[in-house]
Design a protein around this ligand. Structure first.
Ligand SMILES: [Zn+2]
Length: 305
């Protein structure tokens, strides 16, 4: 593998990753771009043991053995590497992403496996976002994911409140966007954001160096057209189209997915390249987020999406 890879179609990706050996080579190069490094002692040479499905590397100094996919999003998975790479490519597409039903058909895995793979990728996206708190002017507004027609002044069980927030330029155009669910007990009886909700958002997602934080605590449904409202409408339409609607349990993961793609696209960064890199070289924070997700994926069989 040399430099960045880009694929115009799934057929191109399948042609490139035509064998498991090619996938192994690609992942090795990305994981250890300057050659093998022992995760225990940093030694740079290893014996390769090829008696398993995937190669195992044994450090020539301390004899520690590590698999190719240890410490990656694929750790513990028996799914073929090309299927993982295809899933990363499919979720990287900006126009719609992918749902588990379609993914399971395309890469020939069970629905449960496809659902878990996508949620592991979303966990990586969420962890990447958590490392980027807002560090300059922030504008945010309270909004809801849910059906269009709900009571005006009472929170409907199917309405899921979240804050849509963006770093803004002087001309009010958003740069980096985050969407974070709001606890129901952080809303007042008239559906406005309580101080506790504002404090929770700021403490978790805004850097201490940020001085200007403007949070609209009422739903902006009645205000003039606004770019945050436009983005909120777009994310609702995307969730309804790609996933045919969602409940509140996993909504945050989908909001993270939407923001991840949008932010990288606005920075003109290749989503596929960045996501692959982050999936293969998890730092401690990402690894913890992913392990939490893996536990959830093992326990829960979802109904949809
Ligand atoms: Zn070693």
């Amino acid at each position: 593998m040399t430099g960045q890879l880009s694929f115009e179609s799934l057929e191109e990706l399948f042609a490139y990753f035509h064998s498991e050996d090619r996938c192994v080579e690609e992942i090795f190069q990305r994981k250890w771009p300057h050659g093998f490094v022992c995760p225990r002692c940093n030694h740079g040479e290893a014996y390769t043991i090829r008696s398993r499905r995937l190669p195992l590397y044994e450090c020539r100094s301390c004899r520690h053995q590590c698999s190719l996919i240890a410490g990656t999003v694929m750790e513990g998975s028996h799914t073929a590497l090309w299927k993982w790479l295809a899933a990363i490519w499919l979720i990287s597409r900006t126009e719609e992403g992918i749902n588990a039903v379609k993914l399971s058909r395309i890469i020939q895995v069970t629905y449960k496996t496809a659902w878990a793979m996508l949620h592991k990728l979303r966990a990586v996206m969420g962890a990447a976002d958590a490392e980027c708190p807002f560090d300059h002017d922030v504008r945010a507004a309270l909004t809801y994911y849910g059906p269009d027609h709900t009571p005006l002044f009472e929170l409907h069980p199917k309405e899921h409140p979240y804050l849509i927030a963006a770093s803004v330029h002087a001309d009010n155009s958003p740069t980096y966007v985050k969407m974070k669910q709001v606890l129901r007990n952080h809303l007042s009886s008239d559906k406005s954001l309580l101080t506790a909700g504002r404090t929770a958002f700021v403490s978790q997602h805004v850097s201490s160096i940020t001085s200007k934080i403007d949070i609209m605590k009422h739903h902006f449904r009645f205000r003039r057209p606004d770019v945050l409202r436009y983005i909120a409408d777009h994310v609702q339409a995307w969730i309804n189209k790609t996933f045919h609607g969602l409940g509140g349990t996993y909504l945050q993961a989908y909001l993270n997915e939407y923001c991840y793609r949008r932010n990288l696209e606005s920075q003109q960064v290749s989503i596929w390249e960045r996501l692959t890199e982050q999936c293969l070289s998890m730092n401690t924070f990402t690894a913890l987020a992913w392990r939490r997700c893996r536990r959830t994926c093992r326990k829960i069989m979802p109904l949809a999406a």
